[in-house]
Design a protein around this ligand. Structure first.
Ligand SMILES: Cc1cc2nc3c(=O)[nH]c(=O)nc-3n(C[C@H](O)[C@H](O)[C@H](O)COP(=O)(O)O)c2cc1C
Length: 367
């Protein structure tokens, strides 16, 4: 059964134990401003097994910020990995410990973010040029926590497409005990491309992830980048341990409804979209008592009817600023009724051919 909506307050709790490489067979990518707790709660209604990641949280924020706001999450979201941004072994170790105490199932270090702000902080993708420092970070984090410490990285820097840099990077982290590598299979060009362009312009080279798996057979290698559907995520799995979907999962979340059966071979009913909405109505009602505006939840649900009759009505109702002002969860029920009515009237919102091509304002530079 899908997890019921549960209490949201984040007292320290025990992380879900790691079971093995299978845990990473299907992941939803960390995405700044997108994969917040409400997004993850929604995605969890669609798949029990997909591994979910937080947005990147910097060590500075963890060590000095409002922990409940930054790290609070609902146990129903598990398994959830906390992604950290930083480059100071001690600060990362302390942040990892805080994350583990909050119940996160994994601590992931971001070595792939290309944004200028992150470069100024000397972390993210530019860390790929400093394998010894990252190895120290990994060691410090591994000493601090018992949950898996993992790294998400690119396959190179700038226009240099030689394999050596990423092999030596992964090798150094492997020596430091890291055994899970999430490979965003493009270089990061750190000279003027926006983060959005850095997800589109540097060529995708999935073969590099396969080569890493061949060279580090005892490591869990998760391939990420440019996978536009669950179908493509499955097709890309031979030769790696798992695949990670980012934009496609966000814009067409129904992709996740196939994960448990098709990736994990788990029998069991797939909820209908209407059942998912019902559960989210319960979730939104619960959050309303804590002052969470409906908008913060439904903004992640706009793609639920992607490519289905009624998609336009659904999206229109749930993104109407006037309707959302002061709205309660009843608006979700209304949007569903409008979907049904539009479907009866024969509205057909044709699927976009490219699930990863999104309106610019939705994929704005998040960092
Ligand atoms: C809006 C947005 C925000 C992102 N934020 C992060 C982040 O915080 N940490 C990270 O490692 N990657 C981040 N990424 C990159 C994704 O995790 C992923 O590597 C990238 O989108 C490629 O996967 P895809 O082609 O399946 O989307 C972000 C991507 C998007 C679209």
């Amino acid at each position: 059964m899908h997890a019921a909506v549960s209490d949201t307050r984040s007292a320290p709790r025990t992380p879900v134990p790691a079971r093995g490489p299978d845990d990473w067979r299907f992941c939803v990518a960390p995405m700044m401003d997108w994969t917040d707790r409400h997004c993850r709660a929604f995605h969890r209604q669609l798949s029990r097994r997909a591994r979910l990641y937080t947005e990147m949280v910097t060590t500075g924020a963890v060590l000095h910020g409002d922990l409940e706001r930054l790290l609070g999450f609902d146990p129903l979201e598990q398994p959830v990995a906390l992604q950290l941004g930083g480059s100071e072994p001690d600060a990362l170790a302390r942040s990892a410990r805080i994350g583990e105490a909050r119940g996160y199932a994994e601590i992931n270090l971001n070595c792939g973010c290309p944004s200028e702000r992150v470069q100024r902080g000397a972390f993210g993708a530019c860390l790929m040029a400093e394998p010894a420092l990252v190895a120290d970070c990994v060691k410090a984090m591994r000493d601090a926590v018992s949950v898996p410490v993992t790294v998400k990285h690119r396959i190179g820097l700038g226009r240099d497409e030689s394999y050596d840099l990423v092999r030596d990077f992964v090798g150094a982290l492997h020596d430091a005990g890291c055994r899970v590598f999430v490979v965003h299979a493009r270089n990061a060009w750190l000279d003027g491309l926006s983060p959005k362009e850095n997800r589109e312009v540097p060529p995708l080279r999935h073969a590099v992830a396969h080569r890493l798996k061949a060279d580090f057979p005892d490591a869990t290698v998760v391939l990420n980048g440019g996978l536009a559907s669950l179908e493509q995520a499955l097709a890309a799995q031979p030769g790696v341990d798992g695949t990670m979907l980012g934009r496609a999962a966000y814009h067409d979340p129904w992709q996740l409804a196939g994960v448990d059966a098709r990736v994990y071979g788990e029998p069991g009913p797939v909820p209908t979209r209407a059942e998912v909405v019902e559960r989210m109505i319960g979730y939104a009602a619960d959050r309303r008592t804590q002052g969470v505006p409906l908008r913060a939840i439904v903004r992640h649900m706009l793609g639920l009817y992607h490519g289905r009759p009624g998609a336009r009505a659904w999206r229109r109702t749930l993104s109407d600023a006037r309707l959302l002002t002061g709205a309660d969860e009843g608006l979700l029920a209304r949007a569903m009724r409008e979907v049904e009515a539009a479907a009866h009237e024969g509205e057909w919102h044709a699927p976009r051919s490219d699930a990863t091509s999104v309106p610019a304002h939705r994929d704005a530079d998040p960092t």
